[in-house]
Design a binder for this molecule. Structure first.
Ligand code: COA
Length: 320
């Protein structure tokens, strides 16, 4: 029998501080109306003192373990997707490991920005299938507020902080768990979305820089293509999908992607209005929200997708 990675539980974490568009408009030349019309975003959560990518990731992981009814000592693999690690090294995954009291397991970070969770999921799925572990934590966690230029209205209104996590466990059998994943990168587009610093180039961490219109154009084309690819790989059509759990960058990108695929917009899980773009955290955060509010039920066919800096993009199809 073949090994499959099944979602045993999900969890998420948001910093308590919620910042509305109106509050942002007090500091930068923007308005609630502009942000809602162009992005669908109404509010985002922002970390405070003592809250970090690893603390949010740990809280999300604990919630996922509770939901799965699995104790932390069973975990053999932690893959944490982030572009905003606590430190350049060690990996924030090892901080989560220590905070959960796990003495020995595989733990590392994956950097694919907003596509990070899809990359982490695919890596973890293949490691579980390959027999490296039987239980894994796959986490997306970000504190983008720390790398935003709060005077640049074209970027600072778009992002928020948060974390989402899933527990994967190996089960034998067919048509269950992660059915297929597809990943891509095209490094020629670095200058459209990047951070203006880093340990090997400057003595600062840098700030997010983005040419939004061009990113938007690439996003819709790439996301529709990879969604079709992952459906073909698993022998499904758009009509089979119960829920799309997309990367939450912009409501207009979600609507355009749904239209391109002929999917009813009500099959898309939308959290961008309340969370803004939380980069690698956005897909597992949206997944956890829709599972906890009862929209996503056991047995549903889910498609997860994301696109981000690099560019990177990817999708996964999962029988929940
Ligand atoms: N408030 C008010 N006005 C703003 C603004 C803000 N926060 N940000 C930009 N503007 C202004 C611009 O300066 C521009 O003014 P101008 O016409 O006088 O030059 C005008 O609004 C239109 O800007 P433009 O960039 O053309 O708007 P847009 O319709 O492309 O929307 C984004 C901008 C960023 C919302 C949109 O391009 C987008 O969502 N792109 C994708 C970004 C993304 O998803 N990134 C993450 C991928 S992981």
């Amino acid at each position: 029998m073949s090994r499959h990675s099944v979602i045993a539980g999900t969890g998420s974490a948001l910093p308590p501080r919620r910042v509305t568009n109106a509050e942002l408009a007090e500091h930068v030349d923007t308005s609630h109306e502009w942000i809602v019309e162009r992005t669908g975003i109404e509010a985002r959560h922002i970390v405070g003192d003592g809250e970090t990518t690893a603390t949010l990731a740990t809280e999300a992981a604990r919630n996922a373990l509770d939901a799965a009814g699995i104790s932390a000592d069973k975990i053999g693999l932690i893959v944490l997707a982030t572009a905003t690690p606590d430190q350049t090294f060690p990996a924030s995954a090892t901080k989560v490991q220590a905070a959960l009291g796990i003495d020995d397991c595989i733990a590392f970070d994956v950097a694919a920005v907003c596509t990070g969770f899809l990359y982490a999921l695919s890596v973890a799925d293949n490691m579980l299938k390959g027999g490296m572990a039987d239980y894994a934590l796959v986490i997306g966690s970000e504190t983008f507020s720390r790398i935003l230029d709060w005077e640049d209205r074209t970027t600072c209104v778009l992002f928020g902080d948060g974390a989402g996590a899933i527990v994967l466990k190996v089960e034998e059998g067919a048509d269950k768990g992660v059915l297929s994943t597809r990943l891509h990168a095209d490094g020629r587009h670095n200058d459209l979305l990047y951070v203006s610093g880093g340990p090997s180039t400057t003595d600062t961490v840098g700030k997010v820089r983005m040419k939004g219109k061009e990113v938007f154009r690439h996003a819709v084309v790439n996301l529709a293509a990879v969604l079709n690819e992952v459906l073909d790989a698993s022998g499904h059509t758009p009509a089979d999908i119960d829920w799309v759990v997309p990367h939450q960058a912009n409501k207009r990108i979600l609507d355009a992607t749904a239209k391109k695929l002929g999917l009813p917009p009500e099959r898309m899980v939308v959290t961008v209005d309340q969370h803004a773009n939380t980069s690698a955290a956005s897909v597992p955060l949206a997944l956890d929200v829709a599972i906890r509010d009862g929209r996503i039920q056991r047995g549903d066919l889910l498609v997860l997708e994301a696109m981000g800096g690099g560019f990177t993009w990817g999708a996964a199809i999962i029988r929940y």
